[in-house]
Design a protein around this ligand. Structure first.
Ligand code: S3P
Length: 423
């Protein structure tokens, strides 16, 4: 994929549905009694992996362009699949489904692609075992996982990392436990599981970093409208801020306060972002308008990190175009995403002429140098590919994005959308 410096990005666009919410909609719909109608669903490869896994366990799921109907089989209606479940590149599928599978009356094994096989699963194995699960991983901590039938009991678990995937795996196992299940997070992570379980009729209490689920007798199907993904919108917020002569509006974006850290940081860097047409439902949504802005460096650390973890590669691009130093700290989780996103971003920003250094838990970017196009690597990681495409629009000369097809994990039409706004 070749890109050249762009002269102004303009227009209104709708980015695809939220990946985290789309996964959960299928999973909870599968476990509910009745039909769950989902609109705005993300037809990205990760969410298709989730659909594939539940179809293999006997859940009828119909798909349209952005609509999905899940014919729920109830909490105890999943069937033993023929052979292992394959979760592709999707950490969310792998970790959340493990919590559900730990309570099923059949043995199962779970496997994914080469990236999934490297991602840490010890973090879910430890608490699920504490709940009574019989779950084994390769070398005790990696996929493939094998899970055997077991009776689960409720626990109170202080989580070592702020991770919504870990929190959700435990809460989903808690749907089948013989008592309440509580997790305590070091900092609040995205709360889509809590919000959506309530919409399905489960009793979930949350208070800051502490969340408790009570095992329900049943989940009740509901209709769900998935907001546009703020993690996909973030690429356009950064592009609109750095490319001269731009004004972009991204419609109907999920602005859940556990996910909106990128807006806060970009504004702190000087980006002009207007949040309009706000509507509050199960998940708050709004339209976001960004204009070209003079950016300056900032610090991104602490409790902010879980609120923008997936947007850090895009924010690193913004930092490379900002005057002064940006320091990203407390972000060691970036090393265990679809790629090591700290190393990947430092390598690729450096290739474009940026001055940046990898640190133990993040990176330091001294912005303001003129950046030039190059052939950028994607590391098999959708968010690295899209970040470097955004950089290419603001840099001089021509760039190439290698392995551009990886964007289809979370944003199948990404390059078409870039063209549509003048990229
Ligand atoms: C997600 C949680 C985050 C995030 C991922 C999606 C989720 O991962 O990075 O893209 O849907 O729960 P961690 O739980 O590993 O932080």
């Amino acid at each position: 994929m070749k890109l050249t410096a762009s002269a102004g990005l303009r227009g209104t666009l709708t980015v695809p549905g939220d990946k985290s919410i789309s996964h959960r909609a299928v999973m909870f719909g599968a476990l509910a009694d009745g039909d769950t109608h989902i609109t705005g669903f993300l037809m990205g490869e990760d969410c298709l992996s989730t659909i594939g896994c539940f179809r293999k366990m006997g859940v009828p799921i119909e798909t349209g362009e952005q609509e999905v109907v899940v014919h729920g089989v109830g909490l105890h209606g999943l069937r033993e699949p023929e052979g292992p479940l394959y979760t592709g590149n999707s950490g969310t599928t792998t970790r959340l489904i493990s919590g559900i599978l730990a309570a099923q009356p059949f043995p199962i094994s779970l496997t994914g692609d080469a990236s999934i096989e490297k991602r840490p699963m010890g973090r879910i194995i430890t608490p699920l075992r504490e709940m009574g699960a019989r779950i084994e991983g390769r070398e005790g901590k990696f996929c493939p996982l094998s899970i055997s039938p077991a009776a689960l009991h409720g626990i109170t678990y202080p989580m070592p990392v702020a991770s919504a995937q870990l929190k959700s795996a435990i809460l989903l196992a808690g749907l089948y436990a013989d008592g309440p299940t509580t997790v305590i997070e070091p900092a609040p992570s995205r709360d889509h599981t809590e919000r959506m379980l309530r919409a399905f009729g489960a009793q979930v209490e949350s208070d800051g970093c502490r969340v408790t689920v009570h095992a329900p007798l049943a989940l009740r199907a509901t209709d769900l409208a998935v907001p546009a993904d703020i993690s996909s919108a973030a690429f356009f917020l950064v592009a609109g801020a750095i490319v001269p002569g731009s004004e972009l509006t991204i419609q109907n974006v999920g602005i859940n306060p556990t996910r909106d850290g990128a807006i806060e940081v970009l504004r702190a860097m000087g980006a002009e972002i207007a949040v309009t047409n706000r509507r509050d439902g199960a998940e708050p949504v709004a339209d976001l308008t960004v204009r070209t802005s003079a950016l300056h460096g900032t610090e991104i650390s602490g409790d902010l990190i879980p609120r923008l973890i997936d947007e850090l590669p895009a924010l690193a691009v913004a930092a490379a175009f900002a005057e002064g130093e940006t320091v990203i700290r407390d972000a060691q989780e970036l090393k265990v995403k679809e790629s090591n996103r700290i190393t990947a971003m430092v390598n690729e920003l450096t290739r474009a002429g940026a001055d940046c250094t990898e640190t133990a838990d993040g990176m330091t970017i001294r912005g303001g140098r003129p950046l030039h196009g190059a052939a950028f690597e994607s590391y098999g990681d959708h968010r690295i590919a899209m970040s470097m495409a955004v950089l290419a629009l603001g840099a001089s000369g021509e760039s190439e994005i290698l392995e551009p097809e990886v964007v289809s994990i979370s944003y199948p039409g990404f390059f078409d959308a870039l063209r549509q706004i003048g990229g």
